[in-house]
Design a protein around this ligand. Structure first.
Ligand SMILES: [Zn+2]
Ligand SMILES: [Zn+2]
Length: 144
């Protein structure tokens, strides 16, 4: 829900390119690949992949968006204020919808793993793929 999205006051203003990428992703419930973003933003002066990758890189590092590894695409973060140690996503392979979820049990498990096995955890995104409730109640629905 884009209306839940709030920037902490200490953030430096985003560049024009970052603003455009973030605005685009906030409109979408589904993640977009870098090339889909490039295509959608050509009219705003995005001419080459490096422009998009630089903006995506900055937005990921600063928590505005997430990279969904299994889909090789990006989605806006809708819970920046209370993010915890790990990002969790429920991905519908039928309609492509991605929900950012926050399960305390998962967060606690990661904390235990960190405590027992890894001093530092780099990869902190959990992606759970399946079929969403809306899709299971509409069995005939085609993928896009
Ligand atoms: Zn997030
Ligand atoms: Zn679905």
């Amino acid at each position: 829900m884009p209306s839940m999205h709030q920037h902490p006051p200490d953030q430096t203003p985003l560049t024009f390119h970052c603003q455009k990428v973030l605005a685009l992703l906030l409109q979408k419930e589904k993640p977009l690949s870098a090339y889909e973003i490039l295509d959608a933003l050509r009219e705003h002066g995005f001419r080459s992949p490096p422009t998009v990758y630089r903006a995506l890189d900055y937005l990921v590092k600063n928590g505005y968006i997430h990279r969904i590894e299994s889909l090789n695409s990006f989605i806006a973060c809708h819970q920046r204020a209370d993010h915890g140690d790990v990002s969790q996503f429920a991905i519908c392979k039928s309609c492509g919808k991605v929900d950012e979820i926050r399960d305390e049990g998962v967060i606690n498990s990661i904390k235990k793993i960190k405590h027992k096995f890894l001093k530092q955890i780099d990869y902190k995104t959990i992606e759970i793929t399946g079929v969403c409730r809306a899709c299971t109640s509409k069995p005939g629905r085609a993928k896009d």
